[in-house]
Design a protein around this ligand. Structure first.
Ligand SMILES: [Zn+2]
Length: 236
């Protein structure tokens, strides 16, 4: 049993490698295209203001610390641009800012996957916390009380609770892909970037999307590992 616990960590390795690769790709791509100034001369902040106004979004723009910490918060209606993005006129910064505006527009349009993701956050947090206690109760029934029917039920419930985090990662994908698609359309339509410059922005956003794919893979592999370990306690 203890061996399974340790060797099964190997399952996670491909996911972690992809996550590392995606992270370094984002960093290098962002760096490369932040050195290239957009010919329009717009900064990320001005672009965000204009795109938000164009789409009728009542959203406040804030400046936050950090690198690539840019985000949009649907509950506070605040679009936060990081230090490296805010005042930058680089192609990368404009791409990231437009992506965050994409989330604000999703919010304004009540885009279903975004709504769904907001709704399931508390369920995911609650469920993830329950997975280990449920598994322990299951083991208690299997081994000490010797009631496999109840034990198997609790172990199955533990796996379902653990899988909620994977469901969350899965719903994140359409939300992110769609925000980037909206970003590319807005960058083109607003004239912020020219056709040649759009390619750079697309590379930055594609690298960012890959980090979400990697997160999903890591989450799926952790789930697989949990299923392998939990199933060992099941009795017929
Ligand atoms: Zn995003």
């Amino acid at each position: 049993m203890i061996w399974t616990y340790w060797w099964s960590y190997i399952i996670i390795v491909p996911g972690l490698l992809l996550a590392l690769f995606a992270q370094s790709l984002v960093t290098s791509t962002y760096k490369k295209y932040s050195r290239v100034s957009a010919r329009s001369g717009w900064t990320a902040e001005h672009l965000s203001e204009k795109l938000l106004a164009d789409n009728g979004c009542a959203v406040r723009i804030a400046r936050i610390k950090g690198n690539l910490t840019d985000n949009y918060n649907p509950s506070t209606k605040v679009l936060s641009l990081s230090q490296s993005t805010f005042g930058s006129d680089g192609i990368a910064a404009l791409g990231v800012a437009a992506h965050e505006v994409g989330h604000a527009v999703q919010d304004a349009e009540e885009y279903l996957p975004l709504r769904l993701r907001s709704v399931i956050v508390p369920v995911v947090n609650f469920g993830s916390g329950l997975a280990i206690p449920l598994l322990l109760v299951g083991i208690l029934f299997e081994i000490f009380i010797e009631n496999p029917m109840v034990g198997n039920l609790f172990i199955t419930l533990a796996i379902v609770a653990y899988s909620l985090a994977t469901v969350f990662s899965l719903i994140t994908l359409p939300v992110e892909f769609n925000a980037s698609r909206r970003a590319m359309n807005m960058l083109r339509a607003s004239g912020a970037l020219e056709e040649e410059e759009l390619k750079g922005a697309r590379k930055v956003l594609t690298a960012a999307a890959l980090t979400y794919v990697a997160s999903l893979l890591v989450s799926m592999l952790y789930l697989l590992r949990f299923i392998i370990i939990a199933s060992q306690f099941k009795r017929d």
